[in-house]
Design a protein around this ligand. Sequence first.
Ligand code: ZN
Length: 95
Amino acid sequence: MASSPATTSAKPSAATKPTAKKSAKDKWQSRAVVRLIEAGCVAECPVCGERVKYRARHRDQQVICNVYDKGRWQRVEQYHLDCYTEADCPHGPVE
Ligand SMILES: [Zn+2]
């Protein structure tokens, strides 16, 4: 009757790494951030269908959304800030 060797599978090489502090959940969810509209922007706002246009001297803001579906990145959408909030923040609150 061989007593099984005490296999403590503690490998020092696999020490706990300081990986992503944010929960993985957050990472793969759609999110929205506010940014200034940049010159040369050619995106269309999905709400009103108009260009998210840069206007000199206006410093307009846009909402940029990274859209995820079931944990996979789908696309980037750009909204007018007003349109986004009026549409009830379809991709979550703006940061
Ligand atoms: Zn719009």
